[in-house]
Design a protein. Structure first.
Lengths: 165, 165
DNA sequence: CTCGAACCTCACGTGAACGTAAAGGTAAGA
DNA sequence: TCTTACCTTTACGTTCACGTGAGGTTCGAG
């Protein structure tokens, strides 16, 4: 395992080799390089010799990407759009902090809000459809359970079930 | 457009050519054949000459597959597992109808319930994760909106906001 | 019976998302 | 300095999910 730079104390942000990042994120090294290649991840730091060095921030972003991919099942292109909106938002936030003119602040804030709304909208659409699907499955299950109860002879004194579809 | 067989009355279940099915489902003919090829759809009826004829039931199943794919973003293999559970359930239901022995009926019913529970479980897991994601986005948006209100000078007499993260 | 539109089966092509060497440079402990 | 495990790029291979002809057959109206 590689060394720890100059200081022995861990509080300073550690930089990770690609192998460690792969371990922690569950991706392969190839995948990490690939994501960088297609512009989904922006290039991490490098050592003098060319080794990639990932910051905690980088890992955060990678983790988010993995989540989005798993959750939404989007293509990397779609993920890219979502994440770029995200990056834009962060950039805007910084811009916002450095900005003092209130009109400009309002401006950047507005754009930031719109990007989040964009993401939220995508997620919500998907969510609605999934909720509908679950309702269907729930209803189906309830019907089956009803029949089962019917078969079991109705322990609790219920009306003699004659409700068929 | 092809003919209507013997009877002119529509109440009898119409069978559709692949082009019509493609239209109604939004899939291409190639995709329909491909799904059949990989065992995701079981082969539809054929005319004497070999033309595929799809029943309303077939269309139902295709529609479900399209939904699952869009919604969950699963691979066709995963979809296949889910749908096969579904088919099993239907088969069990028929079996159930023909069965008279109550013990056997209970048995098949139990298995049917389990398959639906299996599907429901998959959907629910996904749903939970998506809800969590939405919460995160909601919170983020709320924070941004808060800052915006702060910037706008607080129309409604609120406390002088000094809550900074 | 004829004809054009629609269907059939190969079978090769394609884009996305990586996998997998090959050939060579680098890091850091001994 | 040597060693060896880890990294680099380059580049071809692979799987999934179809697209796209080619070449031939079938349908059904006229």
């Amino acid at each position: 395992m590689p060394h720890q730079a100059t200081s022995p104390t861990p509080p300073e942000p550690r930089l990770l080799y690609i192998s460690e990042v792969a371990q922690r994120t569950g991706l392969t090294q190839r995948t990490l390089r690939y994501y960088e290649e297609i512009g989904l991840l922006d290039p991490p730091q490098r050592m003098e010799g060319g080794f990639r060095l990932y910051s905690e921030d980088d890992i955060q972003r990678i983790t988010r990407i993995v989540e989005l991919k798993r959750l939404l099942g989007f293509s990397l292109l779609e993920i890219k759009e979502l994440v770029q909106a995200e990056e834009l938002r962060e950039q805007l936030r910084d811009e916002f902090k450095r900005e003092s003119d209130p009109t400009a602040r309002r401006e950047t804030l507005e754009r930031a809000i719109q990007t989040v709304e964009f993401q939220l909208d995508k997620v919500n659409r998907r969510l609605d459809q999934m909720l509908a699907l679950r309702s269907k499955l729930d209803a189906r299950l309830a019907r089956l359970r009803g029949r089962m109860a019917e078969l079991d002879g109705i322990e609790e004194p219920q009306m003699n079930a004659d409700e068929r579809r």
